[in-house]
Ligand binder design. Structure first.
Ligand code: PEP
Ligand code: MG
Length: 755
């Protein structure tokens, strides 16, 4: 054990004693650097702490000029210390002065030291500072010494993260570990959430770093590794997805890593230096995280993510903590932070305490986002390393309309957001006051505002908003949030509950719209080049009639004694509609023959969202009882822009001539044939969209729950005839000659309409 006096274990044991001494933070730090220097036979040991301003301040030193403590401050792009911090990796040099990054600080008197070993002080992959040893001689520090210094750095990391050093800092130059962070991501569910961090996968807080008995710790580690492997084998053997929804390929990758010699070697080495098994896992995990954060190759990043997950699993084996925090432990105003999350997991939390959700992955069309919106909680996605940047209980704000997240926000930001929340609450109260008001325009045109829903958690919105019914019930959501195919009995029970809660109000069920961007985790995905144009919705339903048939049967049973309204998604041809409708009739006959009580009336409709249907409206109207326009897909297909591709989704205006002409053709045809036409896409959920739709002649709109209030407030002040006569000529005039959206905005401003 060359160089390390008594070895790393002795060092760690001494460190533990120092940590327990009742001394000031500065004295403790001073003692630590002396201990390290002595143990490693180094002339110098210095600890630098990363500050909120991004610089590195010398907090303690043995060997350098003591006067430099708290005075020497380096930029993070300066010197070898800066390099260690920036790259979050150790630097081990026998001739530091010949390194291009070497920079000389006269106040420290360091020019006489030739060899340099610097390690980052890491916690959850984040650099909190740098720990350095130096020697006069040209010496190469051994791997073992490097390992020992890294281990020591872990103890310092906890000390910094605990906030113990903050008292030593000048105002504005506090350690960065607890600094306020402003993170930018993607908006996935509207709203503002103020609250406190709850980690969905709680980090196991390692309190005991230093092993009493290395052999015992090694044994614990081996036992945990064996259990981890057995666990993975079992999951793979079962052949289905894991309890937390992991796919088979991910589990395969886990198993591969669980036998990876490099990974296992690192873990064992860390224990041999004197760490407890938990601390060893944390060490290795933190290193992997630091590499992950600097990795730009998406494939390698993904693999490092897998390693991170595997380390979590191993940690759970060691500590016996297997599950997310119990609901009872959820604080008020909880903001859940997760790397990614399944929809069912979010539903497991106590809704009354949830205020927001922050995900490292996950976009607006992810299933958990759909559930977050249904629950009405603010959510932001694509927040890099969110789980590593927060600690449980930290104050946090999620702005679900902009995708921004503020961690440990300064008082002015917190006050500004609190004001925003109050403002929103006042507006909500105003909308609530409109709940009972009849939904008619100023010139007495009734406009029916219905709700888009898909989960039971959506249903309370019906009474809260005063909606006229459910214009679109997306039945696929039940399938998307489930861990396995819902049985027919489960479908039946959901539909029954929905109809029961809706009471007298009409509900339009849409049959399964899966495929495209709506994937079921448990259904083998068919590789398709263009899934939006692929085997989805009614196409899948007709090709796999068993699935559609059992759904129709469940719907018919659920609606016994009342009206059933059912419609089919993505109909592109009359033949498809005929076949689907024939299935309804067939099931009706079947149920009748078996003596089941039937719905009082069955209304069968079609979604109009494939442009080809625009040229088959006469035929469709002759067969369908009602039409419902899916403006989201219709827009996507009219302009050939993928609705979930951010690069192109906003390239064209949904209030442009071509779109409005198409929408007008549909509503006009419906009126001419005496068939009701609803619009249930997102367009109706924006007051300006609803304004245009009313101008086109639409009187049945189905909206996301939070839009009912704003749209109703707008239409109560609206003169429908006026917008109709404004819009008519604009649609007739050559495309591009008028900016329709601008004109509508000007009209709204002149009329005092709130958009
Ligand atoms: C639509 O396409 O507009 C629609 C309402 O259906 P979905 O958004 O579920 O595809
Ligand atoms: Mg659609």
């Amino acid at each position: 054990m060359r160089g390390v006096l008594g070895g790393p274990r002795v060092l760690l044991r001494r460190l533990r004693e120092v940590m327990a001494e009742p001394v000031s933070a500065q004295e403790r730090l001073d003692k630590i650097v002396v201990l390290i220097a002595a143990n490693m036979v180094a002339e110098v040991c210095s600890a630098y702490v990363l500050r909120v301003d991004g610089t590195l301040e010398l907090y303690a030193t043995e060997g350098l000029n003591r006067q430099a403590v708290h005075l020497t401050v380096m930029r993070s792009d300066e010197g070898l210390v800066g390099l260690v911090a920036r790259e979050a990796r150790s630097i081990n040099l026998s001739d530091a002065q010949s390194h291009p990054a070497f920079s000389y600080r006269p106040e420290t008197g360091e020019e006489i030291y030739h060899s340099f070993l610097g390690v980052p002080i890491l916690r959850a992959g984040n650099t909190l500072g740098v720990l350095v040893v130096q020697n006069r001689a040209h010496r190469t520090y051994s791997e073992e010494e490097e390992e020992a210094l890294q281990t020591t750095a872990m103890v310092l990391a906890e000390m910094i993260a605990s906030g113990e050093l903050s008292a030593l800092a000048r105002p504005g130059a506090e350690p960065a570990a607890r600094r306020a962070l402003h993170l930018g991501g993607q908006a996935i569910a509207d709203g503002i959430g103020l609250g406190h961090v709850v980690l969905h996968e709680p980090r196991v807080v390692v309190t005991n770093f230093i092993a009493d008995d290395v052999q015992k710790e090694l044994q614990r580690l081996e036992t945990a590794i064996d259990a981890l492997r057995a666990d993975l084998d079992l999951l793979l053997e079962r052949g289905d997805v894991a309890d937390d929804g992991e796919h088979k390929e991910v589990l395969e990758a886990f198993r591969m890593f669980a036998y990876d010699r490099g990974w296992l070697h690192k873990l064992r080495e860390a224990v041999v230096t004197g760490l407890t098994a938990e601390a060893a896992v944390e060490r290795v995990q933190s290193d992997a995280r630091a590499r992950m954060l600097r990795q730009t190759d998406p494939y390698l990043r993904e693999r490092l993510h897998d390693l991170d997950d595997l380390a979590n699993r191993l940690m759970r084996q060691l500590t016996g903590k297997h599950h997310a925090p119990a609901r009872e432990q959820l604080p008020d105003n909880a903001i859940i932070i997760a790397r990614s999350m399944g929809p069912a997991a979010l539903l497991d939390y106590d809704r009354s305490r949830l205020r927001g959700l922050v995900l490292e992955e996950g976009g607006p069309s992810s299933h958990v986002a759909i559930v977050a919106r249904a629950l009405g909680i603010a959510a932001a996605g694509q927040i890099d390393n969110a789980t590593g940047l927060v600690d449980p209980g930290d104050a946090i704000i999620v702005d679900g309309s902009s995708g921004e997240v503020h961690v440990r926000p300064p008082p002015d930001i917190e006050a500004a957001y609190a004001e925003k929340v109050r403002f929103r609450a006042r507006r909500q109260a105003q909308y609530r006051a409109l709940r009972e008001a009849p939904s008619v325009t100023k010139d007495a045109e009734p406009v029916s505002l219905m709700l888009n829903a898909g989960l039971l958690v959506d249903l309370p919105h019906l009474a809260e908003s005063g909606a006229a019914g459910i214009g679109l019930f997306r039945t696929e959501l039940q399938f998307m949030v489930a861990a396995a195919f819902p049985r027919t009995s489960e479908q039946l029970s959901l539909y029954r509950s929905v109809l029961q809660i809706a009471g007298e109000l009409p509900v339009t069920f849409r049959t399964l719209d899966i495929g495209g961007d709506k994937v079921l985790p448990y259904m083998r995905a068919v590789e398709e080049e263009n899934p939006a144009l692929g085997w989805r919705a009614i196409r899948l339903g007709l090709d796999r009639p068993g699935l559609l048939r059992s759904q129709i049967r469940a719907l018919l049973k659920a609606a016994e004694g009342r009206e059933l309204r059912v419609m089919f998604p993505m109909v592109a041809s009359i033949e498809e509609f005929d076949r689907a409708k024939a299935m309804v009739e067939h099931e009706l006959t079947h149920l009748r023959r078996h003596g089941h009580s039937l719905p009082e009336r069955v209304q069968v409709g079609a979604m109009v969202e494939v442009p080809a249907l625009l040229y088959q409206l006469d035929e469709l109207c002759a067969r369908a009882d009602f039409l419902s326009v899916g403006s989201n897909d219709l827009f996507q297909f009219l302009y050939a822009v993928d609705r979930s591709n951010r690069r192109v989704a906003d390239r064209f205006d949904s209030l442009s001539g071509p779109v409005l002409r198409a929408l007008k053709a549909i509503v006009d045809k419906g009126r001419a044939c005496g068939k009701p036409v609803t619009l249930c896409g997102e367009l109706a959920s924006k007051p300006i969209g609803a304004l245009a739709l009313i101008g086109l002649g639409y009187r049945l709109l189905s909206l996301t729950p939070s839009s009912i209030g704003p749209v109703k407030a707008m239409l109560l002040d609206l003169d429908a005839r006026k917008v109709q006569s404004l819009l008519g000529p604009m649609i007739e005039s050559p495309v591009g000659s008028v900016a329709i959206r601008d004109r509508l905005e000007a009209f709204a401003a002149a009329e005092g309409l709130q958009l």
